[in-house]
Ligand binder design. Structure first.
Ligand code: ADP
Length: 192
């Protein structure tokens, strides 16, 4: 099993690279942000609660997202070669919980790929995405908030996976294909 965490600041290209990885390695995709937006759009109880956080650029409480992720992963049986976690885990508490979920399922995380892109470029990308995304959290004040939270809450996840020897940084500023080639090379070296 190839269980990858795709990691990095908002706008770094996690979603784009996830799509390519799914195709190339027959993976199932979990996008935490997408799942939350679906709950919000369906106006479920969880969605109504989540909206209060997402619209401000805050993280939803760990127990809310952990529950959603666990339900989905536990429901998957056969026919795939691994999972790509996109936007999860985003706090140390989530990372610890993910490791527990994987243990329970007799699986393990293989590696965390940190897509590194300078902040000015990220802001440019997010503002340009804002024109078409229709996302309530793609505006400059909320974007700045999301960066702040990334630095304070999400970065520790990186150190956690470093300590497990599963951390790998990839430069995320080159072309989509260039970034993907680097990620693929890393995964292939892992399989050898
Ligand atoms: P981006 O990576 O561009 O910030 P996402 O779609 O991954 O976008 O996330 C959008 C929003 O959804 C986050 O700002 C946050 O409010 C919420 N969210 C996503 N993933 C998580 C998570 N793992 N834990 C808590 N909140 C989350």
């Amino acid at each position: 099993m190839l269980n990858i965490i795709i990691f990095g600041a908002p706008g770094c290209g996690k979603g784009t690279q996830s799509e390519l990885l799914i195709e190339a390695f027959n993976l199932r995709h979990i996008s935490a942000g997408q799942l939350l937006r679906e709950e919000i759009a369906a106006n479920t109880e969880v969605g109504r609660e989540a909206e209060k956080y997402v619209s401000k650029g805050h993280l939803v409480p760990d127990n809310m997202i952990n529950g959603i992720i666990e339900n989905i992963v536990c429901g998957w049986k056969n026919g795939f070669s691994g999972i790509i976690f996109d936007g999860y885990p985003r706090t140390l508490g989530q990372a610890e919980e993910l490791e527990k979920i994987m243990d329970k399922l007799n699986k393990s995380t293989s590696l965390l790929i940190d897509l590194r892109v300078p902040e000015e470029e990220l802001i440019k990308r997010l503002l340009s995405r804002a024109k078409t995304s229709g996302r309530s959290d793609d505006n400059i004040d909320i974007i700045r908030n999301r960066f702040k939270i990334y630095e304070s809450e999400t970065r520790p996840v990186m150190d956690f996976y470093k300590s497990l020897g599963k951390y790998h940084a990839v430069e995320g500023l080159s072309s989509v294909e260039g970034v993907f080639a680097n990620i693929k090379e890393k995964i292939e070296s892992l399989k050898r």
